[in-house]
Design a protein. Structure first.
Length: 586
C-alpha cells in the first residue's frame, strides 16, 4: 500500500500527511487543499499498517463524508477494510447503538427529527397548561438544543418552566425509546465523563482521529473528541480560523486557536499555498483578514497568475446596484458565476433585476424572496385588500396570521387598501395582527424581520396598493425566465446565495453585493469587537470563493472592510453615489 498516496502533494501537504504519531494541527488557508491533505493522511495511516477499524475520520457534512469515502475507495485495494468516515452525529449514533441500555433504551431506538421533536414539545406545553405562543415548540426547542450542545443541564435555563419542560421531555424520549439529534453527541459525552471503564474501552477500540473543519466544532463535539483521543493523543485536525463564521450555531473557534494548549506537544503544519484564486484576490483577502486580532497569522501565496484587479462599484441604492449586477451578467459569460450577499433579504432587488433582464438564476439553499412565508403572509393581505372576493388569499391570511387578530379587521382591509399607501397598509396589518410578536416563534426570526423591512422598503416606491400588488404579481409570474438562444451561455443560471451558504464552494466569477456598512458588518454586530471580527471573516470567505474575477458593490455608505483592501489591488467603477464620507471618494 506504500504507493497509494497522491503524487502531487506539495511539501507541506506531504509533511502533514506523513506525520507519524501524536497530535497534529493542520492550519489550512482558503483553497490550500485541506480535504486532499486530510484524505492523504488517512491513506498514509492505512499504509503504515494501522487497522481501519481503529481510525475515525469526522467531517461536518454528509456530502464531505461521501467525497472522502469516494477518494479512499478509489485508492484502496478492494479487499481492504475502510475506516469510519462520517459526521459527528453519525459517529455518535454508532456509539449510542452500543450504549443505549445505559440510557434506558434498546438498540432499536428512534432518532427524532425536527417534526417529531415539535410534536412532543407541543404536547408537553399543552399538558403543562403553558402559553403556546410564549412556549412555542421552536423557542423551547432552541433552549433544549443549547442545554445539550453546551452540556449545561436543565438548571442552566433561566426560566423554571423551560427546566420543567426539559425534564419531562427527557423522560418522554426515554419512554418512547428515542433520542433527538443533539443527544447523539451529548449522551456519549455524558457517558464517557461518568464511566472510566467505558472510556478505557473506547480508548482501546479507536486509536486515531481525524477531524475536518475543526474551527466549527461546538462545546459538546469538542468534549467528545478530546475524551476519546486523550490516551494515545493521535488527533489530527484541519481547519482555518479565518473561515470560522458559525458562532450563531454554537461553534467556538477558540477550540482551534487553543489546540496547542490542549496538546502542547502538537505538530503544527501551515498550508499556505492557495490553488484556487489569482494573486490579486489572494493578496486582497489576506490584507483584509490580517486586521483580525484573534487569529493564527498566516500569509497565503499562489503560483496562479496575477489576474484582474478587484472591481469596486458604488450606488445610490439597492435598486441601482441590482440593475448594474444584471447588466454586468448580461454582457459577460455567466458560466460558473455567483452573487453573494450577507442577508437573505438582499436577494429581493437582485432577483427583480435579473427577472427583468431575463437572466436565469437559482437561489442556492434558500427560497426566492416572494416564496418566503412572511412575505407570502403579508402579500396575501395586500391582495385581499384590493380584491375581497379572493378566497385563496383569504384562506392564506387565516393560516399565516393569528385568527383572533386577523378576523376582526378583515372587513376593514378593502377600505384601508383604497385609502392608504402600500407602506401604511403594511404597517396597519403588522400593528393590528401583532405579526412581529407572532413570528418570534419562527426559526430565523431576525432574518424574517429583515425580509419584511425589505418589502416595506420596496413598497415605499409606490403610491397605491393596487400598483404595488400588480408589480409583485408580475414578478411572481415571470420569475422563471425563458432561455434565449442568441448566446450559448444563456441556459447557465446565476447562483444567488448568502455568504454562509457559499462556504466550501468556489466560482470563477464572484459578485459580492451590498458591501455596505450595516450589512457587512451587520448592524447587529457593530458593538462588539468579537462580532466585528466574525463579520470580517465572513467578508474573507466571500472574497476567497472567487477563482478568477471578484467584483464588490455597495450602496449608500460603504463597508469599513473596503478600506482594508490595498488600493493598488482595486479598480473603482460606476460610482453613482457621491458622498464625502464614502470611502475612496474623497
Amino acid at each position: 500500500m506504500a504507493g497509494i498516496l497522491p503524487h502531487d502533494l506539495n511539501p507541506k501537504q506531504l509533511e502533514a500527511a506523513c506525520y507519524k504519531k501524536g497530535p497534529l494541527l493542520i492550519t489550512a488557508g482558503a483553497g490550500s487543499g485541506k480535504t486532499k491533505t486530510l484524505t492523504s493522511r488517512l491513506l498514509y495511516l492505512l499504509s503504515q499498517g494501522v487497522p481501519a477499524e481503529q481510525i475515525v475520520a469526522i467531517t461536518f457534512t454528509n456530502k464531505a463524508a461521501g467525497e472522502m469515502k469516494e477518494r479512499i475507495l478509489a485508492l484502496l485495494p478492494k479487499e481492504e477494510n475502510t475506516p469510519f468516515i462520517g459526521t459527528f452525529h453519525s459517529f455518535g449514533a454508532r456509539l449510542l447503538r452500543k450504549e443505549s441500555r445505559n440510557f434506558g433504551r434498546n438498540g432499536n431506538f428512534t432518532i427524532f427529527d425536527g417534526n417529531d421533536m415539535a410534536k412532543l414539545i407541543k404536547n408537553l406545553v399543552k399538558n403543562a397548561d403553558l402559553d403556546k405562543v410564549k412556549y412555542h415548540h421552536n423557542i423551547v426547542g432552541k433552549h433544549f438544543s443549547r442545554i445539550k450542545n453546551e452540556l449545561a443541564g436543565a438548571e442552566s435555563a433561566e426560566d423554571e418552566n423551560i427546566s420543567l419542560l426539559f425534564e419531562r421531555y427527557e423522560d418522554a424520549l426515554k419512554r418512547q425509546n428515542a433520542f433527538d439529534f443533539d443527544d447523539l453527541i451529548e449522551k456519549p459525552v455524558r457517558l464517557l465523563q461518568e464511566s472510566r471503564k467505558k472510556l478505557d474501552n473506547y480508548h482501546n477500540i479507536f486509536r486515531y482521529f481525524l477531524v475536518d473543519e475543526y474551527q466549527d466544532i461546538n462545546t459538546a463535539q469538542y468534549k467528545l473528541i478530546k475524551l476519546l483521543s486523550a490516551k494515545e493523543r493521535n488527533l489530527s485536525v484541519v481547519g482555518d480560523d479565518h473561515q470560522s463564521i458559525y458562532s450563531f450555531r454554537g461553534s467556538d473557534f477558540r477550540n482551534f486557536l487553543n489546540f496547542e494548549k490542549d496538546f502542547p506537544e502538537a505538530k503544527v503544519v501551515v498550508l499556505d499555498q492557495n490553488y484556487r484564486s489569482t494573486q490579486n484576490i489572494v493578496r486582497a483577502s489576506s490584507a483584509l483578514i490580517s486586521n483580525n486580532l484573534n487569529q493564527r497569522p498566516k500569509k497565503l501565496w499562489t503560483e496562479n497568475n496575477e489576474g484582474d484587479l478587484i472591481k469596486i462599484s458604488g450606488f445610490a441604492d439597492a435598486e441601482e446596484e441590482a440593475n448594474w449586477l444584471a447588466n454586468e451578467l448580461y454582457n459577460e459569460d455567466r458560466i460558473n458565476s455567483a452573487i453573494l450577499y450577507r442577508t437573505n433579504a438582499q436577494s429581493r432587488p437582485i432577483e427583480q433585476a435579473l427577472i427583468f433582464a431575463d437572466i436565469p438564476y437559482f437561489i442556492y439553499g434558500g427560497l426566492k424572496f416572494y416564496d418566503r412565508k412572511e412575505i407570502k403572509d403579508i402579500v396575501s393581505a395586500l391582495k385581499y385588500g384590493i380584491n375581497p372576493l379572493d378566497e385563496i388569499n383569504k384562506e392564506r391570511m387565516f393560516k399565516g396570521f393569528r385568527k383572533t387578530r386577523i378576523k376582526p379587521i378583515l372587513e376593514n382591509l378593502p377600505g384601508m387598501a383604497d385609502n392608504l399607501s402600500p407602506v401604511e397598509f403594511i404597517g396597519y396589518i403588522l400593528k393590528e395582527t401583532d405579526y412581529a410578536i407572532y413570528i418570534q416563534k419562527e426559526k430565523n426570526y431576525e432574518d424574517r424581520m429583515e425580509n419584511i423591512k425589505e418589502l416595506i422598503s420596496f413598497a415605499g416606491g409606490f403610491s397605491s396598493v393596487s400598483e404595488f400588488v400588480e408589480r409583485i404579481s408580475l414578478l411572481e409570474t415571470t420569475d422563471q425566465p425563458k432561455e434565449r438562444s442568441s448566446r450559448q451561455d444563456d441556459s447557465s443560471p446565476v447562483r444567488l446565495m448568502t455568504i454562509h451558504m457559499a462556504k466550501g464552494l468556489e466560482f470563477d466569477n464572484i459578485f459580492l453585493a451590498g458591501a455596505s456598512e450595516g450589512l457587512i458588518p451587520h448592524e447587529r454586530s457593530i458593538f462588539r469587537e468579537n462580532d466585528i471580527e466574525e463579520e470580517r471573516r465572513l467578508m474573507y470567505v466571500a472574497m476567497t470563493r472567487a477563482k478568477k474575477k471578484l467584483s464588490i458593490s455597495f450602496f449608500r455608505g460603504s463597508s469599513r472592510f473596503l478600506n482594508e483592501i490595498p488600493p493598488e489591488l482595486v479598480i473603482f467603477d460606476n460610482f453613482q453615489y457621491k458622498d464625502e464620507d464614502t470611502i475612496y471618494l474623497d
